[in-house]
Ligand binder design. Structure first.
Ligand SMILES: [Zn+2]
Length: 324
């Protein structure tokens, strides 16, 4: 039944028809809003490469969280910028650390808001790597696991609903799961940054989280952008180790990976619409080169269409306002 019997344009004739046959729809339920919590008081420091994003001290979180809740966004993802950094990321697993304080504050005031915490060492180490650095400058996988488990446990104790390890060390999901279960946190879920690529799209984030590596790069632990079969292996392992939610990061340049993962696995799938993806849209829009709202919604819809159930995005609030 080819042309002229079949005319694809019939169903594009007006908005009502297009709505009726639309295959993908975004919802505020899809979003996780990331926040950067910094030590100190009365701080709201703009991240220059990410317009609209701030480093916030705990006392300044309140209005941001209230606005997020009012918009119906179901979850926030917290990153911490501590006062002190050292070689073994001590502030990461300090029960009075910035993230732990923020979690307690949020869960106390907004118990219904899901609080997810980033579990990694790079924001807390003076060398900026995600693991323990050995004398020869390599990252010690197994020594890192113990610290990550302490960090996850500390977040769980503070009241985090979900811990999200982003370090890409081998075996950390199983190690963290075991540590949580052994301490009575069997109900704390794990969202694994399962397929996280060594990407240039993280540039602005490193300004926001003050986590740029001081030497070398992260290519010995994060994935090679050229690989997608390897992503399936990574995800298979994290599921076997007990991940409740799996993630592909970044999102936009990895839509094929998201689609492959969706095909293969049945776990809830998150995608991280990372800082560089956000900054590109903001910068182009600021120059008048792109229609920001339109591009934002197109990008988020594309990530969902590729197969993501959950989108971690700095656009969460702006998109929620449009969807409202
Ligand atoms: Zn890290």
């Amino acid at each position: 039944m080819a042309f002229p019997i079949t005319r694809m344009r019939r169903l594009r004739k007006n908005e009502a028809l297009r709505r009726m046959v639309r295959e993908t729809s975004l919802s505020v339920d899809d979003f996780i809003y990331p926040l950067f919590v910094v030590y100190g008081e009365n701080k709201k420091i703009p991240v220059t490469s990410m317009p609209g994003v701030y480093q916030l001290s705990c006392d300044m979180l309140e209005s941001e969280i209230q606005e997020t809740v009012d918009l119906g966004i179901p979850a926030v993802l917290l990153f911490g910028i501590p006062e002190n950094k050292d070689a073994v990321a001590s502030s990461a697993y300090d029960d009075n650390g910035v993230v732990q304080q923020a979690v307690r504050l949020i869960k106390d005031r907004w118990p219904e808001l899901l609080v997810i915490t980033d579990v990694c060492l790079c924001e807390y180490t003076d060398h900026g790597h995600c693991g323990v650095v050995t004398g020869t400058g390599t990252i010690d996988n197994d020594a890192t696991l113990e610290l990550l488990a302490q960090e996850a446990l500390s977040h769980a104790k503070a009241g985090a609903d979900i811990v999200a390890p982003s370090d890409m060390m081998d075996g950390r999901i199983g190690y963290i799961r075991e540590a949580l279960d052994a301490s009575g946190f069997a109900d704390t879920a794990v969202m694994a940054y399962a397929a996280k690529y060594a990407s240039g799209f993280y540039g602005p984030f490193r300004e926001a989280a003050e986590s740029a590596p001081q030497f070398g790069d992260r290519k010995t632990y994060q994935m090679d952008p050229a690989n997608s079969r390897e992503a399936l292996r990574e995800i298979e392992l994290d599921i076997a180790e007990g991940a409740d939610i799996i993630m592909v990061k970044p999102a936009l340049a990895y839509l094929d990976v998201i689609a492959r993962v969706r095909e293969r696995f049945n776990h809830p799938l998150a995608a991280y619409n990372v800082s560089g993806e956000y900054a590109m849209v903001k910068a182009a829009a600021a120059n008048g080169w792109l229609d920001e709202e339109r591009i934002m919604m197109e990008v988020l819809t594309a990530i969902k269409r590729a197969g993501a159930d959950i989108i971690i995005t700095y656009f969460a609030r702006e998109a929620a306002r449009l969807l409202g």
